[in-house]
Design a protein. Structure first.
Length: 326
């Protein structure tokens, strides 16, 4: 399930008309063919015979593959799928500050695109080709005002240190120092207020809070997955908990589920909806009517959870440790 708050983007078409390189390459090929024909009929006939033989071999190979039940690949179709490739990182100056810009090459893109992630503030420029990549930073520089406005909307980060207040299962908890030796971190109350108590050296507090949140996320997610698995009669092969920026959960064709640990910060009904959503994909790998009917059977109020994620999902990415200790 993709994050309801997707990256905002601006795009342009960097090239209008055909590439000069492509045109010159085409002229070279046409001249080569003319040269072969002009140097005699025998050479041309030999080429035709070779072409016919190769064509017959190709058809024989396709027929054999069809008999064996193997899918036939059209001639010239590439085996490699187009993938996004990290091309590098640059710095963009905005009001005297240096803003990192990630440059990516994506052959499926049709034009230059600049994106600002609403949760993390990551600035990315996607280019459709190596030639367009040369203009990527200049394009980002031309959209400085747009990028600046989007960055201003990104929530400020909240560290996981002593004195900070962070949500846990939808309720704000203050992080305070706990007694040594009991546990690295645990939930309790002080003066009637919910707290996360952390033991040990203060410089390790943020790491211990983060580890605690991830452990709790794993425990609760496993529990809800098994709960819904009993209802629909199917279990996932694997459950992974990660820190993802664009998805709260996902389901693969191999029946592997993946969730963001930050769901432990959200109310229980939100976490449960995301789990139900991905569990429903184990039976319906689509978002059709039968899929949503199954989700409705697993959770009470789908729209309530979706609305919460739409309004507050970005905030969950604010919480991150400043210092990673042991």
């Amino acid at each position: 399930m993709r994050n309801d708050l997707m990256t905002e983007e601006v795009e342009i078409d960097p090239f209008i008309g055909r590439s000069a390189f492509a045109a010159s390459k085409q002229i070279t090929v046409e001249r080569a063919r003319f040269g072969e024909i002009a140097h005699g009929k025998r050479k041309m006939e030999a080429g035709l015979l070779y072409h016919r033989r190769m064509l017959c071999l190709a058809w024989a190979s396709k027929a054999q593959a069809a008999v064996k039940g193997k899918p036939m690949r059209p001639k010239g179709q590439a085996r490699k799928s187009a993938r996004r490739v990290l091309a590098g990182r640059e710095l963009l100056r905005i009001d005297g500050d240096s803003v990192p810009v990630t440059l990516r090459l994506n052959p499926r893109a049709r034009r230059l695109i600049v994106k600002v992630h609403p949760s993390t503030g990551e600035v990315t420029v996607v280019a459709p080709s190596r030639r367009a990549l040369d203009n990527a930073l200049a394009f980002a520089r031309s959209e400085t005002d747009w990028i600046k406005k989007r960055l201003a909307r990104v929530p400020k980060p909240v560290p996981l240190g002593f004195g900070e207040r962070i949500p846990y299962r939808g309720e704000l908890h203050q992080i305070v120092e706990g007694e040594k030796g009991r546990a690295p971190a645990w939930i309790d109350e002080e003066d009637g207020e919910p707290v996360i108590l952390v033991s040990g050296h203060p410089q390790h507090a943020e790491r211990r809070v983060l580890d605690f949140l991830k452990r709790e996320a794993r425990r609760v997610l496993d529990e809800r997955v098994m709960h819904h698995a009993a209802k629909i009669g199917i279990k996932p092969r694997r459950i992974t908990v990660r820190d993802t920026a664009s998805r709260w959960g996902s389901c693969s064709a191999a029946r592997s589920l993946s969730f963001s640990w930050r769901l432990i910060l959200a109310p229980d009904y939100v976490l449960d909806y995301v789990v139900a959503h991905e569990m429903a994909h184990l039976k319906e790998m689509n978002h059709g009517p039968r899929f949503w009917k199954l989700v409705d059977l697993l959770v009470d109020d789908v729209r309530r959870a979706q609305r919460w994620l739409s309004e507050h999902g970005t905030v969950l990415h604010r919480y991150a440790p400043r210092v990673i200790g042991n």
